[in-house]
Design a protein around this ligand. Structure first.
Ligand SMILES: CC(C)=CCC/C(C)=C/CC/C(C)=C/CC/C(C)=C/CC/C(C)=C/CC/C(C)=C/CC/C(C)=C/COP(=O)(O)OP(=O)(O)O
Ligand SMILES: O=P(O)(O)OC[C@@H](O)CO
Ligand SMILES: [Mg+2]
Length: 227
């Protein structure tokens, strides 16, 4: 399924982390809607290529979430491009994008690109520090970012990112109410089927990452819980 508008569940695999062939097969054949390859630390052409070619043994849609312009390689079905709407620095909102398009603009297939309006809400996660995110936000602030994403920037995805920590379900609920066409992705701290189901009540798609590496069975159970 390449229509991300239909996605309900996604696994995010980190090129900087080890996963056995056996575990990777379980993830790719779990019934999830897609695999996002992405992370914030030590993302290189080599480890992205290695993980992509291993995922490519399966039929599952495979997306590169670009966090580093040096590690963009051809061969993915889609490229998710984060723009951190609540960053204090234009670098993570537009500057890196401008630089990358200046370099790759001539050879880009724009149809493969999907821009994600990120709102990073866990102050302790690496992405928050890296992108200098303003995380001390009220629900009204978050909802306003969602409205900007949909009604002003027409972004296909608004991503509530709590990486490493379970988020505030009320924030997710209120954000969903403010969106009509932009899809709401929720990611952060999901470690069980119950948590996945809870967040999937409001998020269009839930993203499950770290638990893959610490409790694979719990990760696998999140798929059925939301589908
Ligand atoms: C040759 C070829 C195939 C060309 C294709 C053309 C193409 C796709 C060009 C790209 C053009 C483009 C506009 C690129 C953007 C470049 C770029 C570097 C943008 C900045 C991205 C950004 C804002 C990054 C900030 C950090 C962030 C939001 C990362 C997202 C991923 C994330 C949050 C991962 C979680 O990390 P993790 O390591 O799991 O963290 P924990 O430790 O907390 O678990
Ligand atoms: O790794 P976790 O905490 O599951 O978060 C998933 C994803 O949103 C990270 O970018
Ligand atoms: Mg992670």
């Amino acid at each position: 399924m390449y229509d991300i508008n239909e996605w309900k569940h996604v696994f995010k695999l980190d090129p900087d982390k080890e996963i056995s062939d056996e575990d990777l097969e379980k993830i790719c054949e779990s019934g999830t809607d897609g695999i996002i390859v992405g992370g914030s630390d030590n993302i290189t052409e080599d480890n992205v290529l290695n993980l992509m070619s291993r995922i490519r043994r399966y039929l599952i849609p495979c997306v590169l979430e670009v966090s580093n312009a040096e590690a963009i390689i051809p061969g993915f079905d889609l490229y998710f491009i984060p723009t951190v709407l609540n960053s204090s620095s234009t670098r993570w909102i537009i500057d890196l994008h401008h630089e990358a398009v200046k370099e790759f603009g001539e050879i880009m297939n724009w149809e493969e690109l999907i821009v994600e309006g990120y709102c990073i809400l866990n102050p302790d996660c690496k992405a928050a520090t890296l992108a200098d995110a303003k995380t001390d936000l009220s629900i009204e602030d978050v909802v306003a970012y969602a409205r900007v994403a949909e009604n002003m920037f027409h972004l296909p995805i608004f991503y509530l990112e709590y990486s490493g920590k379970l988020g505030d379900i009320t924030v997710v609920e209120q954000t969903k109410k403010a969106l009509t066409s932009t899809k709401l992705f929720y990611g952060g701290g999901i470690t069980s089927a119950e948590e996945a189901k809870n967040f999937a009540q409001y998020a269009d798609a839930v993203v499950v990452g770290n638990i893959i590496y610490t409790d694979l069975n719990a990760a696998l159970q999140t798929v059925e819980a939301v589908k």
